[in-house]
Write a protein that binds this ligand. Structure first.
Ligand code: RIB
Length: 284
């Protein structure tokens, strides 16, 4: 079983569904509203755990009403919370609008995630003990860099999902072993990604591809009925990390299948499939 340390964000997602998203200055009527735990870090942690890995989460929640619920969702999913701290103020939130095609727009307010500025000795021990350290960009970049350096020092592979895309110091890219990007990020980060050993590019309904020492691999899209794409990329990334030790081709198949299944259910963490569901779909 792979051991993964996720150093990343955890948000409460405020999800409104509507037939179509409003234009600037326009009001439209929505159909449903729900709060669903999310955040790229937490989603990827839960996805890796459900896909079969042992997972520890390093992150921050606030003292608001969302904090306790966010801690609980990690614990309920058997994700280790020794690295989860509570800081004064609001938890991270994501205001998400999903239209009838399943596409979304998201506004993230960092809240407590922005306070994740120092790694403790305990956090460093979790990273050192892991096979893979998994990061995204909803926490301070200096923290991502510190976690990546700690991982490198201890022989832990660094998997970066550079989302939401932003400018990163070259020394961070030098520490990355595996990158997971969508097509937009792949185009935007073309020069930076050339220094990364393993690059996986997700292509929405068209599947995903890999390039690295194992050559070039492509996995086709998995046919599903899409209701909400929120968290599909996170599910892809978590499942990939959980199965990376089986080689890129197997990991890619698990990741594509898990990501596709995540689009069939509304909500980020709520939509992440179990290992049994992924195995069933892989066998079909
Ligand atoms: O990738 C989806 C996630 O992005 C959501 O859960 C939301 O919290 C934002 O972080």
């Amino acid at each position: 079983m792979a051991r993964i340390a996720v150093v990343g964000s955890i948000n409460m997602d405020l999800v409104t569904r509507t037939r179509r998203r409003p234009r600037a200055g326009e009001t439209v009527l929505g159909t449903t509203f729900a709060t669903v735990p999310g955040g790229k870090g937490a989603n990827q942690a839960i996805a890796a755990r459900r896909a079969g890995a042992a997972v520890d989460f390093v992150g921050a929640i606030g003292t608001d009403v969302f904090g306790a619920e966010l801690r609980k969702v990690l614990a309920d999913n058997e994700v280790g919370t020794a690295g989860l701290r509570t800081v004064e103020g609001s938890s991270g939130t994501a205001t998400i609008v999903v239209d009838e095609t399943g596409e979304n727009t998201i506004i993230v307010v960092g809240g407590a995630n922005a306070a994740l500025s120092d790694l403790t000795d305990g956090d460093r021990a979790l990273i050192a003990d892991a096979d893979i350290m998994l990061c995204q960009l909803e926490i301070p970049v200096d923290t991502v860099l510190g976690a990546a350096r700690c991982a490198r020092d201890h022989g832990t592979l660094v998997l970066l999902n550079p989302s939401p895309a932003r400018s990163l110091p070259p020394e961070l890219w030098e520490a990355v072993d595996i990158a997971v990007v969508n097509e937009g990020e792949a185009a935007q980060l073309d020069a930076e990604l050339r220094t990364v050993t393993h690059v996986l590019t997700t292509r929405g309904g068209a599947g995903a591809s890999y390039r690295g020492p194992e050559g070039e691999l492509a996995h086709p899209g998995v046919r599903v009925e899409v209701v909400d794409t929120t968290g599909a990329g996170d599910t892809f990334t978590g499942a990939l990390a959980a199965h990376w030790h089986e080689g890129p081709a197997t990991a890619l198949a698990w990741a594509c299948t898990a990501g596709a299944l995540a689009t069939t259910v509304v909500g980020a963490s709520a939509s992440i499939p179990t290992a049994a569901a992924i195995e069933r779909a892989l066998a079909e």
